[in-house]
Design a protein around this ligand. Structure first.
Ligand SMILES: Cc1cn([C@H]2C[C@H](O)[C@@H](COP(=O)(O)OP(=O)(O)O[C@H]3O[C@@H](C)[C@H](O)[C@@H](O)[C@H]3O)O2)c(=O)[nH]c1=O
Length: 359
């Protein structure tokens, strides 16, 4: 069944809003759905999706949703509480009053491992006033357990990752690893711990490192750093979303941030460190802790302690650690975690089955 989806995205900060919305749009379209992505700032798509929109996805200006004559689709998704245009909501409500089925209205929430997610996933928020009066909005929470909306995982993603040749991919980009080098990718917010990370990566003369640095604050910080022995770094341009995945697959250790790169690092099945989006009220500390508790539930005590120390240190929530976790153990743990996640239905499949479409 081919449904019409209206996906709304407002870019607040950084690239997570557009990154998640785009990925969801492309994933649904890849499964035969028709998606209109209404977005207030599509500029990042120029590098995230340089090939343009795939079949089934139409990218539209946010304001255009309020124009007369726009028909609402079957399912309306508000990403991250972005507040739909009132004129569009009014049209959604009108459908009901004209005897047509009202569209399903979902708010796709931020990702968290905290317990409230399982409690809140799927709850309805009836609209008693305003332009959407009479409609029910439902909360859709992505998450890491079967009682949540799951994570975006395109069909075939893990098979493609399995077939991937990281050495060839790096070499084709002029990033070939030198003998014995480990490859570390870095996508980060400005971080006062960066010099300490460089020191840690350079600490072992028997283990040289190639650090691949994504655009943004980390590149600016690195430009001011003195070289370290056994460590070379290379600034990368913005990659397309599929190529950013490949960077994560090709690296031995990934530093990721925010929401979407954090999820993609989990599908990579390589050790990773998450820099959480810092919130002024400190809400990020329990959010980080909740994920670590789940992620490390099956890990041995030494690996769990070393992983916690590095993640908390990188996020400025604890002293900087003296050593990295043992990488082979970390990799085994990342693979176990990925298998645990892959056993759960992915986010787009859950959406589709909710509306009676088989994924
Ligand atoms: C570095 C890089 C990233 N990307 C993509 C991957 C992701 O889709 C996107 C980055 O998004 P994130 O990883 O989520 O990190 P972010 O820090 O850019 O976005 C954040 O924005 C805040 C407002 C939110 O509250 C956070 O939760 C988070 O989503 O950019 C590329 O496609 N190519 C690249 O080269």
């Amino acid at each position: 069944m081919r449904l019409q989806w209206d996906l709304f995205c407002r870019v607040i900060d950084n690239f997570g809003d557009v990154g998640v919305a785009w990925r969801l749009a492309a994933d649904l379209a890849g499964r035969g759905q028709r998606v209109r992505l209404w977005i207030d700032d599509a500029s990042a798509l120029a590098w995230m999706a340089p090939g343009g929109a795939p079949d089934g996805v139409e990218v539209l200006r946010w304001e255009a949703a309020s124009e007369p004559g726009v028909q609402v689709g079957d399912i309306v998704i508000e990403t991250f509480g972005c507040e739909l245009p009132a004129a569009f909501v009014a049209r959604m409500a009108e459908r009901g009053s004209q005897g047509l089925p009202a569209p399903h209205w979902l708010n796709l929430e931020y990702l968290s491992a905290e317990p409230y997610v399982e409690r809140s996933h799927g709850l309805a928020s009836p609209q008693y006033s305003g332009p959407g009066r009479g409609l029910d909005k439902h909360f859709f929470y992505p998450g890491f357990s079967a009682r949540t909306g799951g994570l975006l995982r395109e069909p075939g993603l893990l098979a493609e990752r399995e077939r991937f040749d990281g050495a060839a991919w790096l070499a084709a980009r002029g990033l070939a690893r030198q003998r014995g080098e480990r490859v570390v990718s870095l996508f980060a917010y400005a971080n006062p711990q960066l010099p300490a990370l460089l020191d840690l990566l350079a600490a072992d003369p028997a283990q040289p490192t190639l650090l691949l640095v994504c655009p943004g604050s980390a590149q600016q910080q690195l430009a001011l750093q003195a070289p370290r022995p056994h460590l070379r770094w290379q600034a990368l341009p913005y990659l397309s979303q599929p190529d950013y995945d490949r960077l994560l697959w090709a690296s031995d250790l990934n530093f990721v941030r925010g929401e979407d790169s954090f999820v993609r690092a989990q599908w990579a099945g390589q050790p990773f460190v998450w820099q959480i989006y810092p919130q002024e009220d400190g809400a990020h500390a329990p959010k980080l802790g909740a994920f670590l508790d789940l992620f490390l539930a099956a890990a041995g005590p030494a690996l769990a302690a070393a992983t916690r120390a590095l993640w908390r240190g990188w996020n400025g929530l604890a002293d900087w650690p003296a050593a990295l976790p043992e990488m082979a153990e970390s990799r085994a743990q990342a693979l176990l975690w990925r298998a645990h996640l892959a056993a759960q239905p992915d986010l787009a499949s859950q959406l589709l089955s909710r509306f009676g479409v088989s994924g």
